[in-house]
Design a binder for this molecule. Structure first.
Ligand SMILES: *[C@@H]1O[C@H](CO)[C@@H](O)[C@H](O)[C@H]1NC(C)=O
Length: 308
C-alpha cells in the first residue's frame, strides 16, 4: 500500500500547506514544454480548495479521492453528430453560440455567456489517477473506489463520462480521455510534437459580463491541425482530448460593455459539409452545411496548436 499512499500524501501536503511549491505535474509540464506557459484552464484544474463547488475531499479512506458536487453531465457542443433540440434553439436566443468567420473582425458586437462553466474538479496526481480504473466494464469498481453510491446522480454522471470516453471517435477521430495532466501533455505532444507547441484557453475578467465587442488584434494561431481538450464532468479533472483537422484557431481580444477584457479562443471549422444538416449552428446562422462555423471555447477547454 505504501506506493499508493506516498504520492497522495505528498500531493496533499503540497496543495494544502505549501500552495506555492511546484506540484509534480507542474514540474512535468516545465520539463516537456519549457517554453509554453500554462493556460489558465490548466492552472484552474491543478489546485483544489481555491473555489467552491466540486472539490475533492478526503473520504476517510486515505487512499481514495472522494468527491462532492458532481453535477448532471452536459453534452459538450462539439458532439456535432447531434441535431439541435427545440430546447437548445430556444434556451439562449440572444447568445452567440456560433458565428461566421467573416464576423470575426474589429467592432463586431456579440452576446457571450462565459458563466456556464462551473466544472471545478481538479487533477489527481498521475500515479493516483492511473491506479483507479477508467472504463465501462469497471464501473462498479470505480464507484466503490470513489465512494459513490451506485444509484446516485454522481454515479450517473460518472457513467456518462466513461461512456463518452469509451465510444470510438467518429470517422477515425483520434481521441483520448486524459485522467491526469501528465496524460494530457503526453497525448497532445504525441499528436503535435513539442516544438512550437502552444496551449491556450479562454480567459475572462468578468464572467457576469455578456455584452462584448471584438477589439483590435485578432490573431490566427497555429496550423489547421490542433488538439482540443474538453473538461468532462467527473469526480476529478478528466479532459476529453481529440486531434482535429480542418480548423482555424484564433485568439480574439474582446472588451465588455463595462470595460472588462477577455481573450477568447475561437475555433472555426471548415469541413462542415459532414456535419448533421440539422446542427444547431446551421439553424441559428441560417447557413447550409459547408459554410465554416466558428465558436468560442469555454474557459475550461484547452487548445493545443503548433506555430511554425
Ligand atoms: C461585471 O459585469 C456585470 C454585468 O454587466 C456588471 O453588472 C458588473 O458591474 C461587472 N463587474 C465588474 C467588477 O465590473
Amino acid at each position: 500500500m505504501e506506493f499508493y499512499l506516498l504520492p497522495l500524501l505528498a500531493f496533499l501536503s503540497l496543495t494544502l500547506t505549501a500552495g506555492d511549491s511546484d506540484l509534480p505535474s507542474e514540474i512535468y509540464w516545465n520539463s516537456v514544454l519549457p517554453n509554453t506557459p500554462m493556460p489558465q484552464a490548466v492552472k484552474n484544474s491543478l489546485r483544489p480548495g481555491v473555489s467552491k463547488g466540486g472539490v475533492s475531499v478526503s473520504t476517510g479512506h486515505e487512499e481514495k479521492p472522494g468527491y462532492v458536487g458532481v453535477t448532471k453531465a452536459k453534452k459538450p457542443i462539439f458532439f456535432y453528430r447531434y441535431a439541435a433540440t427545440e430546447d437548445q434553439l430556444h434556451a439562449h436566443p440572444s447568445v452567440a453560440l456560433f458565428f461566421l468567420e467573416k464576423d470575426m473582425r474589429l467592432g463586431t458586437k456579440m452576446n457571450l455567456d462565459f458563466m456556464k462553466n462551473t466544472n471545478e474538479a481538479t487533477f489527481l496526481p498521475h500515479q493516483v489517477a492511473t491506479s483507479i480504473p477508467f472504463s465501462s466494464d469497471k464501473l462498479p469498481e470505480i464507484l466503490d473506489q470513489l465512494s459513490v453510491k451506485p444509484e446516485s446522480v454522481e454515479a450517473e454522471t460518472i457513467k456518462n463520462t466513461i461512456i463518452d470516453c469509451d465510444r470510438p471517435g467518429i470517422k477515425g477521430e483520434e481521441k483520448y480521455c486524459a485522467t491526469s495532466l501528465e496524460s494530457m501533455i503526453d497525448f497532445s505532444t504525441s499528436k503535435l510534437g513539442n516544438k512550437g507547441v502552444k496551449a491556450v484557453s479562454t480567459e475572462v475578467e468578468n464572467k457576469s459580463q455578456t455584452l462584448y465587442r471584438i477589439a483590435a488584434g485578432v490573431e490566427k494561431m497555429g496550423g489547421d491541425v490542433s488538439v482540443v481538450c474538453h473538461k468532462m464532468e467527473y469526480a476529478y479533472a478528466v479532459f476529453y482530448c481529440h486531434k482535429i483537422a480542418a480548423t482555424r484557431a484564433y485568439m480574439v481580444p474582446l472588451v465588455g460593455r463595462d470595460g472588462a477584457k477577455a481573450k477568447a479562443v475561437a475555433l472555426c471549422h471548415t469541413n462542415t459539409k459532414e456535419w448533421n444538416p440539422k446542427h444547431l449552428a446551421f439553424q441559428l446562422l441560417k447557413v447550409k452545411p459547408g459554410v465554416p462555423i466558428c465558436h468560442f471555447l469555454t474557459q475550461d477547454q484547452i487548445i493545443w496548436v503548433v506555430s511554425k
